[in-house]
Design a protein around this ligand. Sequence first.
Ligand code: AMP
Ligand code: ZN
Length: 469
Amino acid sequence: MKIFNTLSRQKEEFIPLQEGKVNMYVCGPTVYNLIHIGNARPMIVFDTARRYMEHKGYAVNFVSNFTDVDDKIIKKANEEGVDPSVISERYIQECKKDMEAMNVKEATTHPKATEEIDGMIEMIQTLIDKGYAYVAKDGTVYYKTRSFKEYGKLSHKNLDDLRSGGRSLLVSGEDQKQDALDFVLWKPKKEGEPFWKSPWCDGRPGWHIECSVMSKKYLGDEIDIHAGGEDLIFPHHENEIAQSEAANGKTFAKYWVHNGFLNIDNKKMSKSAGNFFTVRDISEKYDLQVLRFFMLSAHYRSPLNFSADLMEAAKNGLDRIVTSVANLNFLLENAKDGELTAKEQELLDEAKAFITKFDEAMDDDFNTADAVSAIFELVKFTNTNVSEESGKAFVQALKDEIVLLSDICGLIVDKKEEILDTEIEALIQERQDARKAKNFARADEIRDTLAAQGIILEDTREGVKWKRA
Ligand code: AMP
Ligand code: ZN
């Protein structure tokens, strides 16, 4: 398997640090609003990379943070007159709902910045002790960028270029910096802001330190893959490297992987220009599986343009796979048992070529665009070769193949098998409403629908509970 590494700007053979294991960290969203479809891109593409690596047999430890202390969160909290934790908790829950609807697997660990302050203080202290950071008069702690000799290795910038543009790096209120390139590790509290005690001043951490600390705590000093959107290469990831490698004395991440940006109608997404969509906006018009399919139809490193036409095309593409599987389910109901015929065996051998094609595409830097084409070819092959005469084993084998490849992409194509928690809960609510309205026929119908999906309802004193059979 080859992965394009931003560090070397080349596709490299993937060799994990420990055989059979992948430790992977993906920078997560700042939770002050509903996530937008740009934020959804890294979630979907790196979830797909994870699923593929799991399919190949790796045990993937996948860590993705929530940045829950930040200027934008504090601003929103002040506007609403609530504690910042109310805002961050609200949008973490909303983000998790969107992730589930996009069939993005839960991370192994989803740490939150505010719960990791002790670790941040510890790492900042180590950086001070080792001479990589200093404390200014007002208690701000800065990272001494020049002290880290390899600074710029990820973004391929050199310090002299950065110095010439250095003036613009000086932000007001940061005039105690020894050098324009230095960045904040810890800053003093301001009126009306959350703060924590530290050896330097009451205050809060800078943004970059949180990922260095959470990655170390949950994955160790050296990890296999660190990922995020390409806007994070500089300065966020460059600063993370400077912090982690200086503090731990080890190479931080072996492979740095970055997704390209999502644009709308060929323009940068921006709120002010009005070309901005949240994932929730899209969910009003489409099943979010369509959004997922749309994202996977391009290579993750390419810029991707979002438009109504492309979403319609994605919807049609996904429908083609879903319809084929539905047809196979229909055929399976009456197909005859028994051994595969020689012809069927021959066709199944032929169909293996599509799996090989799929694997080759994914092995080539997670080329989901080509992987999806392989699924289409398999669907076409299946539609051409199955009929009411086909045996059950044959139809089942082809269906299993389509479902397997789709599942690696996180695409739910067998509607009979998969029903999302949110759909179940909506149906349960509808059933309660039907009962209240004394429409028992509809209530029973919903119970039967859910039962057919393997969902068992239990009426308890605290309300309706459900479980998967
Ligand atoms: P943020 O909350 O801005 O830190 O973003 C969370 C993640 O979404 C980061 O990995 C960003 O790089 C990524 N991201 C933000 N906007 C876009 C976009 N328009 N296209 C692709 N990725 C994006
Ligand atoms: Zn990060």
